[in-house]
Design a protein around this ligand. Sequence first.
Ligand SMILES: [Zn+2]
Length: 439
Amino acid sequence: MKPALQAVLDVIEADRDHVVALTQDLVRIPSVNPKFQSEQGLHREADVQDRIEEELRPLGFDLDRWDALENRPNVTADLPGSEDKSMILCGHIDVVPVGDSAAWSRDPFGGQLEDGRVWGRGAVDMKGGVAACISAARAIRKAGIELDGRLSIHSVVDEEAGGFGAIDLVERGGTKLARHAIIAEPTWGHVIPAEGGLSWVRVTIFGKQAHAGWRFNALWPQHDSLGRLEPGVNAIELANRFLNALRDFEASRCRRTNHPLLPAGLATINPGTIMGGAGMGPDGNPAVMSNAAMISDVVTMVLDYKFMPQENFGDVQREFEEFIAHFAAMDPWMRENPPKIEWDLWGLHFPPMDTPVDHPLAQTVLTRATELQLAKPEIKGFEAVTDAAHYAGKGVVPVIYGPAGDGFHGDNECVEVGSLIETTKVIAASVLDMCGVRS
Ligand SMILES: [Zn+2]
């Protein structure tokens, strides 16, 4: 084992420029997720995948490529080997928009190498991590090492908008999956085995449509000139009561749930969007939202519903549905006209990842990072979600581990060159450990 590792580290040292130049190349091909911004020339995910294939083909990988979304290809590359020691190195090649370009002091797609950093959109999130995975695999091949387990490299699209590239990939199953995976998102050299789950839920509250002129009857019940009493039921007011109750429910969930690697109170339920109006439209939202003279009978809210790594999604769903049922039972109208709940709205669902800290993969990456990095690595949880979720949901054991940098999703994004090289070494050493070397 020792000589193999040394041979691989020697190749990485001798070719220190490789991972840096590859990161620069990838940054120079704009691959902004088209769901966020539509501008010709910015959506070159396919060209990034061409560059990645060009790098992997001469190394003897079996390549596969298909459109996960329209004109947005995933690429996978495999070195055959045993399944029980199989391992995936994964990264996404889409990036978020540049944002305010005036705030950038360098060309966001220039891939400039300056001050020991590569600069540009996607440098740290996460073309640097993708380059480190490829460079690690390259060093193993150049050192002439035969792995025992199958090694796969996954280059996926659309992580930034729900992970539909990775979802499409893991749905293919079979040899697209493996025992273990490293997702090379930026972690500043720390090892991340846990992140919570996330689902988008739409709650629809129903009222009774009426003319707003008769709203006085809702405040001061009395008969109008025709003897009518009931004016309507305002769904917007019911939604207001619901949101207050939801806030209490959310707080109680946050108090009750905990994970040793994550901050307290992470099981949040964020009301992200709300629409109120009259009549149900074909898209499940109110049909009329421009006439305030109506008593609203439809309100839709989309909640960003987080749950803890150790929680079972079915239990999470049941608990929320019971809360809604109890809330509705306390009101005579809602008892008869209960709110509607739609889970996984628009397919947005991230299973939780809860790889045990003492799992061999987490321990291997931690040990190799301790040996090969200047900065001491820690084991941490992640507050948001990544593609690791989609692998974990299919039974792959993942950890997130990747380079250090700055400005991700902001301006002046960069990745540190020293960290890119360390990441390459740690990933390569972890692959040797987990896949094993054929003697
Ligand atoms: Zn990312």
